[in-house]
Design a protein around this ligand. Structure first.
Ligand SMILES: [Ca+2]
Ligand SMILES: [Ca+2]
Length: 126
């Protein structure tokens, strides 16, 4: 009679350990999600371009070397001015003119953590 409770206790401990493992690995996977790496300041703006697709591209030179390294794309309002917050945020860390990563902010509420990675042209593992 006493063997069965011990057996269930052991099985219960194993299941609890597996559940704990899922919690730990799940948390690690979530913490590895990327987010847009910098906060963009109006003082770092270095160019605005109205694109034919109706978006406005704004360049930012965050390291002040004269070359844009981050970009935003904003939709136009009905009055022709850009929306207060961009729809897309792009990085060009090596300043070669090609965006490496693009984040999409569907709520267009600024960089507040709800952006999601949209493109990633970084080499695997970066
Ligand atoms: Ca720069
Ligand atoms: Ca946001």
């Amino acid at each position: 009679m006493l063997r069965h409770p011990v057996k269930y206790l052991i099985i219960g401990n194993i299941l609890a350990a597996i559940f704990l493992g899922f919690l730990i690995f799940g948390g690690q996977a979530q913490s590895q999600e990327r987010s847009f790496p910098v906060s963009l300041k109006p003082a770092d703006q270095c160019g605005v371009q109205y694109l034919l697709n109706g978006l406005v591209e704004t360049g930012y030179d965050t390291d002040h070397n004269g070359v844009a390294d981050h970009f935003t794309l904003s939709r136009l309002q009905t009055d022709g001015l850009p929306q207060p917050h961009p729809l897309f945020y792009g990085t060009d860390e090596n300043e070669d003119g090609s965006w490496e990563t693009v984040y999409r902010d569907l709520d267009e509420d600024g960089l507040n953590g709800n952006e999601e990675e949209y493109w990633n042209f970084l080499p695997a593992g970066k």
